[in-house]
Structures are given as C-alpha cells and as structure tokens.
Write a protein that binds this ligand. Structure first.
Ligand code: ZN
Length: 158
C-alpha cells in the first residue's frame, strides 16, 4: 500500500555545497511511486519512519540523469530571445513555447554563445539530508488522482 510521506530536506552536491533546502519553508508531501519526487529518492525512503533523520545518496543516473553532450550547442548571439547583456550562467526558455527547454549560457565568445539544455543537476550525484515528519497510508482518492493531498489528506478542487 503506497504511503503519503511529508519531509524536510537539504540537498547538497558532492562538494557539500547546498543546492536547495526546504528548511524554513513548507515541507514536501508526496505519494510514493507517483513521480512527485525523483525516483531515486522515493525508492530510498520506502522504509523511512516518521522522526527519522537520514542522509540519502542518489547517484546522478537515478536523479536527473547523465549529462548529454548533444544537448550543448553553439548559436549566434543575435538569434537569442534575450535583450541586453548576456551573462554566464544565465537561464532562459529556448523558444516561445511554454514546453521549450530551459537552457543555460555556459560560454560566450564574441557573437558565439554556447547553450546547455541539460537540467542543471544532470550528471550530479546528489546527497539529501532528510527528516521524515509524517507518513500515512494513501487515501483511495489520492491513489485515484495519483498524487498526495497534503500532509492531512484534505481534498482539493479539480
Ligand atoms: Zn487530487
């Protein structure tokens, strides 16, 4: 029976740099196996009980996948949908479509700009420091919807 789990996390890269954290904000609530969090973390928290604090390591292959070099390409500065100065590390949507990938500027050489469409965490092994706040059985409604309805299971409008 899948559970609905609520947790706080701090996410670090292999050098120990904090990439993201829920500390001081809302915890995350997810339905197990529903794809609401990365699968590699979901799988490793299946036995975690409320109150547990644990370090969970998820290799890149089970997180955002390997970095795909075919997703890195050079374009002319003039074709980019960005006004003003372009900066290294800047991110923008590659096209007008909402589903267009987010690209990151990884190099600028005169009029030539190198863009990387990989997820910023592709190829990065992740370490999560997790604190499980609660875990309960999913309700039939949550199973039908395929997502969690918050820590208390309150429903919502569709
Ligand atoms: Zn729902």
């Amino acid at each position: 029976m899948p559970r609905v789990v609520t947790f706080h996390y701090t996410l670090c890269d292999p050098s120990g740099r904090v990439i993201d954290t829920s500390a001081g904000g809302e915890p995350i609530t997810y339905l197990e196996g529903a794809g609401q969090i990365i699968d590699g973390l979901d799988q490793r928290l299946r036995a975690a009980e409320p109150g547990a604090r644990q370090k969970v390591q998820v290799p890149a292959a089970e997180a955002y996948g390997p970095r795909d070099l075919t997703q890195v390409r050079q374009v002319k500065r003039s074709v980019l949908p960005v006004d003003g100065e372009l900066k290294l590390g800047e991110q923008f949507q590659a096209g007008p479509d909402r589903s267009a990938p987010i690209v990151t500027v990884v190099a600028i050489d005169g009029d030539s700009v190198t863009l990387d469409a990989n997820h910023p965490l592709a190829g990065v092994d992740l370490t999560f420091e997790v604190e499980i706040l609660s875990a309960r059985s999913a309700t039939p409604e949550e199973l039908e919807h395929g997502h969690a309805h918050g820590a208390d299971g309150a429903g919502h409008c569709h």
